[in-house]
Design a protein. Structure first.
Length: 343
């Protein structure tokens, strides 16, 4: 029903406007008595065989929602009824910010992809915490954190620490987002020496809490083998809990969209089916080269159960969807979980 009726209707409107409309719709429907139960009966797969134990956490199933969808943690309780095993909120920055000028979100329908240059638009730390205090404890919540656009390079770590310390009581794991192509001063965030400094500072802060939270690094899909080797070394050196592979891509090779269309869109991060094989290749390289010495969450171009199984076969312990959720609808989560049970 989603792909036949709902998607054509939703895709006839501006992507960012329809995103906000969909949030309001799900919120409203979820307030109707009995509707959450109906959603659960349609989309949730309950089976102990789907449970995954990773970095001290028990995930109901290995299918999560990637960061960027529920930036301000306003819909995670309702989205839990669609069958996710975990949801990552954010990217959260210390202060609320508008992000990049609109239009900044574009569908590539023929490619089943999306290009965005949102620029970490979010309502900030205080707003996210206010929403996270409403957590009904239905599933694992990850906190994806970043820096404000206007923050000076010497204060980047301060921004991450502010988010980390404030969110610590409210999320189950953290993701250091250093690979988004839509924020300023991107280069420093990918410098190994700076990453050692950042990870060290966050781990030191983590040790001040009675219960430590897992810390993961989100990396780009465009890294070459040498850069991936550096990531493996970095994780060994810092004893980081894991990696999310991968973020959006700046590569435009092999797209069905015309050059004129791509030029009209301009810069931004590409997600969805066009980066499916690219992200899988990164996962396989990290898993093979490190002898599977750390957990990997696989994300990028998962539009079918087969895509998810391919990521897991390549070395991913968990998977996340985002663009696939938009193109394929909520039934995708159940299809992946059913396929995992059959395999």
């Amino acid at each position: 029903m989603y792909k036949l009726l709902l998607r054509p209707l939703l895709f006839s409107f501006d992507p960012e406007k329809i995103h906000h409309f969909t949030f309001s719709l799900v919120k409203t429907l979820s307030k109707i008595p009995g509707m959450p139960s109906i959603f659960r009966s349609l989309y949730v797969t309950n089976n102990k065989k789907l449970e995954r134990n990773l970095f001290g956490l028990t995930f109901k199933n290995p299918v999560g929602l990637a960061a960027g969808f529920d930036k301000n943690a306003v819909l995670y309780n309702e989205l839990a009824n669609f069958g996710f095993g975990f949801i990552e909120i954010g990217t959260v920055t210390p202060k609320g910010q508008e992000g990049n000028p609109k239009k900044r979100l574009f569908r590539l329908k023929d490619d089943k992809g999306i290009i965005n240059r949102m620029g970490f638009n979010n309502k900030g730390l205080d707003a996210a915490i206010l929403q996270l205090k409403k957590n009904k404890g239905q599933l694992i919540i990850g906190g994806n954190i970043g820096k404000n656009t206007q923050t000076k390079p010497e204060d980047y770590t301060k921004d991450y620490l502010e988010c980390f310390n404030a969110l610590h009581p409210y999320v189950d794991y953290f993701v250091l987002n250093v690979s988004c192509p839509n924020v300023g001063s991107h280069a420093k965030l990918n410098d190994k020496d700076y990453l050692l400094e950042l990870i060290g500072a966050v781990q030191k802060a983590n040790n001040t809490f009675e219960k430590q939270k897992p810390i993961l690094l989100k990396i780009a899909p465009d890294l070459n083998d040498g850069q991936l080797d550096e990531i493996i070394e970095l994780i060994a050196e810092t004893n980081l809990d894991g990696v999310i592979a991968s973020n959006t891509s700046t590569d435009r090779a092999g797209l069905k969209a015309t050059n004129a269309r791509l030029e009209a869109i301009g810069n931004g991060g590409l997600s969805g089916q066009p980066i499916q094989s690219k992200s899988t290749k990164v996962i396989k390289y990290l898993a093979d080269k490190s002898n599977k010495s750390f957990p990997i969450i696989g994300v990028g171009g998962i539009h079918s159960a087969e895509d998810a199984l391919e990521k897991i076969k390549a070395g991913a312990d968990l998977v996340q969807i985002y663009t696939g959720f938009i193109y394929e609808g909520p039934s995708l989560i159940k299809k992946i979980n059913k396929a995992l049970l059959n395999n």
